[in-house]
Design a protein around this ligand. Sequence first.
Ligand SMILES: Cc1ncc(C[n+]2csc(CCOP(=O)(O)OP(=O)(O)O)c2C)c(N)n1
Ligand SMILES: [Mg+2]
Length: 337
Amino acid sequence: MTLDDALLLRIYRDMMLARLFDQTMVRLQRAGKIAAYTSSEGQEAISVAAAHAARPSDWIFPTYRETGAFVARGVPLEVLAARQLARAGDPLKGHEVLLFGDRRYRVVTGPGPVGAHVPVAVGFGLAAKRKGEDTVVLVFFGDGATSKGDLHEGFNFAGVFKAPAVFICQNNQYAISVPVSSQTASENIAVKAEAYGMAGRVVDGNDVSAVYGAVSEAIQKARLGEGPTLVEAFTYRLAAHSTADDQTKYRPMTEVERWRKNDPLIKCRNLLIRRNIWDSEKDQTLRQELAHLVYEKIEAAEKMPPLHPLTIFEDVYSANMWHLDEEKKELERLTKP
Ligand SMILES: Cc1ncc(C[n+]2csc(CCOP(=O)(O)OP(=O)(O)O)c2C)c(N)n1
Ligand SMILES: [Mg+2]
């Protein structure tokens, strides 16, 4: 599918912004300012192009590896940063909640347990369908999630009831240290779709046009009531699994360097250059502009008051239970200045 120049430029900008945000978050973690971070470096084409293929009214269910989807949806970076920095601007007040979805952006927060969001997203899509809405849900997950039971329950349900869902597997070839060859004996991930009566296809996850084309087609099908599709976006995680991971323990750095040559950001930039709408000067200007934006937003988040540890007791139960009251009292005592 040919992306028009304006959209391709927008996708490139969002990918670069996601990259700069992720890289800065990793640095902040190294500086001891945030606890841990999962970078999406090398995988930005997938979440950004897929989010742009959807309508703003469609809902996105990401994991921790889809910074690009938040950026593409225009979620303010200071909110994303406040969440990492445990500042008062975090709408979730530090909670890890699956279903927090701001209606303005329609992208929910990722789940802690791998794959847990898949059946939830399917149910969400089916509920919208029953209400007569034409909403489609985009559901992201990794290759590792395909070994989770809840994912298969979600797939089965989606197939039987023709959920308006597009499943996007970011096959980055690793689930922390587990290579995809130890994850499945299937020929690939996409082939699993057949067992659920779904269409499945593999695309180059580092090619924005390929991702955009496959996801657009799947969205159109879902919107017409023709059921779900599994899109396997084949890619590579250029960063470690998280800031708590030592990737040298399980993969050769020469492999990482080889994949750096296939960096989706560079591929997208080369596409813009080939179209004669981009050059190194424009690239430099954009990079500086976005780097400045990232710093500005992080600075704004850092100026917010820190979340008080006691907020962890808020917004969980309508009435606290006795043991939570006891825990709260103890934390009150421990956190008294
Ligand atoms: C149910 C469950 N088991 C294990 C973990 C620990 N864990 C967090 S991320 C991860 C790897 C997931 O790999 P994949 O689905 O391929 O996603 P990727 O990190 O590669 O994007 C694991 C095992 C978890 N969060 N939840
Ligand atoms: Mg993976």
